[in-house]
Design a protein around this ligand. Structure first.
Ligand code: ZN
Length: 694
C-alpha cells in the first residue's frame, strides 16, 4: 500500500504546542515517492509538521557533524548535518535557526528557538546542552525509520552527567566560522568511549524496556515505523541501565564476575528497612541492625560485644555505658502528645537520661534543640559524654510553643544506662590468598538518617557481596560495622598490632548514597597507596571530583590516621558529611538517598577494589620495542580510534620496566586503570611481559 509522504506527515501523532525532537531517515519514503511518480519535498513535509505543532510549540532536528573532531573547520552557515536529509532542508530555511555547538548542533523552529540558540555549551552531551533542555521541557522524541541505536543520543547525555568510567572527556580544537563569517579558534569537548574497553553497544533491550513501561510506543504507517519516546521519563531508566548494567559489564571484561546489582539490588532496601531503628553508640537498636544484616545478607558476620565493665577505659576515653530507650514524649495538660519519639527517633537527644516531670514551657525550652535556619527540620543531636536530657523539634513548633511560656508539660523519657552492658559491633573477614588486608569500615551509631549513615552500611554490605563474588581474591578483606569514634577506638584496642602489620589500604564509607558529586577525605599527608587509588578512581568517575584534605576530616579516618595508628585509610563519600544541607537533620531521609546514588557509590568502591586486586608490576621481555605486527597486536583494519589504540599500546610498553605498576602507568599516561589492564592482558597472552615482584 502506497502512503504518500503528505499522508504520512499528517498522520503523525503530534499535538499542538508540543516540543518535538525529530530524527528521521527519509530515504525509503523518497524512494516510494519516485516509484509512484511523485517527488519527496522536504519543505512541504516540514510545513505540515510545524503547522501541527503551532506557534507555541518547538521543533528540533539534529544536524550533527563530526568533522570538527577531525580538525576540519566548522562553518555555522554552510557545514551540513550528517544526521538526515530533513535537517539539511531546515538549515536552508529562514524560519529555522541553528544552535552554535560545532559538533552537536540542532536546527530549531518555533517558540524556544532563541533559548536554544543562546546556549553556549562547549561540551557535547552534558548539563547545559540541548539534551538537558529536552528533558526539562518534556519533549517527545519522534523517530521516523531510524533504529533506536542510531538516534537516541540521550544515553550519552546520561553517561556524561553520571560520569561513567568507560567514557572520558576529549577536547577538540579547530577553526570555527561563526554566523557573521568571523573566523575563530574554538574548543569543543565530547565524552568518547575508551575504545579498548569494548563496552556493549546493543541498546535494543533498553528500548524494549521503554515500550514495556509505556514510555515509548510505535506507530505503523504503511511500511514506515514511527517511534515516540517520552524523553524525560526515559532518563531514570537509562540511569538505571548504565549504573546497574553497563558499569558492571565493564568489570566482567576483566574476568571478574560482578555482583549482579540490577537483579539483586538490595542496597536501597537495606536503607529503607533499617531507617526507623533507633541506633546510638550502644544498645538494642545496634544489635537489631547487625542481626538484620547477618540474617539477610552476611551470614558470616561476627557480632561482638565489648564489655563496658571489663573495659572502663578505651585508650584515653571513658567507655560510655550502654544506653537504651523505650519511649519518650512531651504531653500537654490535655494528654496530647505534642512530641513523640515513636514518630521520629531524632526527637530525642541521643543518650538522654531518664526523666518524668511536669514543668512550664519556659523550663522545658532549655532542653529543646532546633534549627533556626531550617525551621521545618528536626536536628540530630547527642550528648554522649555529659549527662543531659533533651528533645529535638522543628524550630517552627518551638516558636509556636514559646507563645505560652507558662503552660505546663509532662515530659517523659524512659531510658536507661547499663554499666554492665556492652558496646556492640560487627566484623566480617573474607580471606584472600595473601596476608595483606584491606580494611573497610562504616558506622552504625546514627538513628533515622539515610545518607549518614545507612548508605555506608548498605554500601559495605554490597561491597562484601562483590568481594565474595570475586573468582580469586588477592587480599583479605576486613569489613567492620562500628559506632563512630568509640567503636573505632575499641576496634583499634583489640586489633591495632595486626592492623598496623597487615593493612595495605583502607576505606571509611560515609554518606555514599546521595546523587551528589563523588568525594574523598585523604590521609594526613595524602601519600599512601589508598590515596593514590582513590585519586585515580575519582578522576575517572566524575569530572568534578572533590578531594578533601585531612584537615576536613570528621569520621573514623580521625582515629585510623591518628599519629600512633597511622593506617592508610581514606574516607569515601558521594557528598561529604557536613557538605549537604540535609546533613544531621530529619531531611536526610529516604528521598535524599536514591537507588542510583547508592549504585554509583558502590561503583566507586568496586573500582577501588578492582585496582587493588589487579595492580601488578610487569616488565617487557624484548630488548627494544617488540615487533607488534608479528603478534597481531597492530589493528589490521584502520577504524576510528585505531591510531589512539596503537599509541596507547606502544606508550604502555615504553613504561613496562618492572618498576612501574599498572596504576603508575595509567597515571603517567592519563588513562583509566582498566584501559591499561586490558592491554597488559593482551601482552600477557602473547608472552611479551614478565610479572615482577615489588
Ligand atoms: Zn554523622
Amino acid at each position: 500500500m502506497y502512503i504518500s509522504y503528505i499522508q504520512l506527515a499528517n498522520m503523525l501523532n503530534i499535538k499542538k504546542n508540543e516540543i518535538i525532537f525529530l530524527s528521521s531517515d527519509v530515504s525509503l519514503i523518497a524512494y516510494h515517492e519516485i516509484e509512484n511518480n511523485s517527488n519527496f519535498d522536504g519543505n512541504i513535509f516540514l510545513n505540515i509538521i510545524t503547522e501541527k505543532i503551532g506557534d507555541n510549540g518547538t521543533l528540533i532536528l539534529p544536524v550533527y557533524n563530526w568533522g570538527f573532531c577531525k580538525g576540519l573547520p566548522f562553518n555555522y552557515s554552510t557545514t551540513p548535518g550528517k544526521t538526515g536529509y530533513i535537517g539539511n532542508v531546515a538549515l536552508k530555511r529562514n524560519d529555522f535557526i541553528r544552535t552554535k555547538h560545532p559538533i552537536y548542533s540542532f536546527v530549531v523552529w518555533g517558540k524556544d528557538k532563541d533559548i536554544l540558540y543562546n546556549l553556549n555549551n562547549t561540551n557535547s552531551f552534558g548539563k547545559g546542552t540541548v539534551f538537558q533542555y529536552l528533558i526539562d521541557n518534556q519533549a517527545t522524541n519522534i523517530a521516523i525509520n531510524v533504529p533506536f541505536n542510531h538516534h537516541y543520543t540521550m544515553c550519552h547525555h546520561v553517561e556524561d552527567y553520571l560520569g561513567v568510567f568507560y567514557r572520558y572527556n576529549k577536547y577538540f580544537k579547530s577553526k570555527y566560522i561563526d554566523e557573521k563569517g568571523c573566523i575563530l579558534q574554538r574548543t569543543a569537548s565530547m565524552t568518547v568511549r575508551h575504545l579498548e574497553l569494548d563496552i556493549g553497544g546493543d541498546a535494543s533491550e533498553l528500548y524494549n524496556d521503554f515500550l514495556e513501561k509505556g514510555i515509548a510506543y510505535e506507530q505503523q504507517i504503511g511500511s514506515y515505523t514511527i517511534s515516540y519516546i517520552n524523553i524525560a521519563k526515559s532518563i531514570p531508566i537509562i540511569e538505571y541501565d548504565i549504573l546497574y548494567n553497563n558499569a558492571i559489564k565493564q568489570i566482567q571484561i576483566n574476568n571478574i564476575t560482578a555482583y549482579n546489582i540490577r537483579k539483586d539490588n538490595n542496597m536501597y532496601n537495606i536503607v529503607k528497612n533499617l531507617f526507623s531503628i533507633n541506633r546510638s553508640l550502644s544498645g538494642n537498636g545496634n544489635r537489631y541492625t547487625l542481626n538484620y544484616l547477618k540474617e539477610n545478607y552476611l551470614g558470616e558476620l561476627n557480632i561482638k560485644e565489648y564489655s563496658i565493665k571489663d573495659n572502663p577505659e578505651t585508650f584515653d576515653w571513658n567507655t560510655p555505658y550502654e544506653w537504651n530507650i523505650n519511649d519518650a514524649y512531651i504531653e500537654d495538660e490535655n494528654g496530647n502528645k505534642i512530641v513523640d519519639f515513636k514518630n521520629n527517633n531524632l526527637h530525642i537527644l541521643g543518650y538522654s537520661e531518664p526523666v518524668d516531670i511536669t514543668i512550664p514551657f519556659s523550663e522545658l525550652d532549655k532542653h529543646l534543640y532546633s534549627l533556626e535556619n531550617d525551621i521545618d527540620a528536626i536536628p540530630y543531636t547527642t550528648s554522649y559524654y555529659k549527662k543531659r536530657w533533651g528533645f529535638c523539634i522543628t524550630h517552627r513548633q518551638r516558636e509556636e510553643l514559646r507563645k505560652n511560656p507558662d503552660k505546663l508539660y509532662h515530659v517523659v523519657i524512659d531510658s536507661s544506662y547499663n554499666e554492665n552492658g556492652s558496646i556492640t559491633y560487627g566484623e566480617l573477614i573474607i580471606n584472600g590468598y595473601e596476608d595483606d588486608e584491606i580494611l573497610i569500615s562504616t558506622y552504625i551509631c546514627h538513628p533515622s538518617m539515610a545518607n549518614d549513615n545507612l548508605s555506608g552500611i548498605a554500601a559495605a554490605v554490597a561491597a562484601a557481596k562483590y568481594i565474595y563474588a570475586l573468582p580469586e581474591r588477592k587480599y583479605t578483606y576486613r569489613i567492620i560495622f562500628i559506632p563512630e569514634t568509640i567503636g573505632a577506638l575499641i576496634y583499634l584496642k583489640e586489633n591495632i598490632e595486626h592492623l598496623k602489620k597487615y593493612t595495605k589500604a583502607g576505606f571509611v564509607l560515609s554518606c555514599i548514597g546521595d546523587d551528589g558529586d563523588y568525594s574523598c577525605v585523604h590521609t594526613p599527608y595524602n601519600n599512601t597507596y589508598t590515596d593514590k587509588i582513590v585519586t585515580h578512581v575519582l578522576k575517572h568517575i566524575t569530572d568534578k571530583p572533590k578531594e578533601y584534605s585531612f584537615l576536613e576530616r570528621g569520621s573514623d579516618e580521625r582515629q585510623f590516621c591518628a599519629p600512633l595508628v597511622n593506617l592508610p585509610v581514606c574516607t569515601l563519600s558521594r557528598t561529604k558529611f557536613g557538605k549537604f544541607k540535609e546533613y544531621h537533620t530529619s531531611n536526610d531521609n529516604l528521598d535524599f538517598v536514591t537507588e542510583i546514588g547508592l549504585g554509583g557509590g558502590l561503583n566507586y568502591i568496586q573500582q577501588c577494589i578492582n585496582i587493588l586486586e589487579n595492580n601488578e608490576y610487569y616488565k617487557i621481555k624484548t630488548v627494544g620495542e617488540p615487533q607488534l605486527g608479528k603478534y597481531g597486536l597492530y589493528p589490521t583494519i584502520s577504524q576510528k580510534g585505531s591510531a589512539d589504540y596503537t599509541r596507547n599500546l606502544t606508550n604502555i610498553i615504553a613504561y613496562l620496566n618492572g618498576s612501574n605498576s599498572i596504576l603508575d602507568i595509567a597515571e603517567l599516561l592519563n588513562m583509566h586503570f582498566n584501559s591499561v589492564l586490558n592491554i597488559i592482558n593482551k601482552l600477557k597472552e602473547n608472552n611479551l611481559i614478565d610479572k615482577c615482584e615489588k
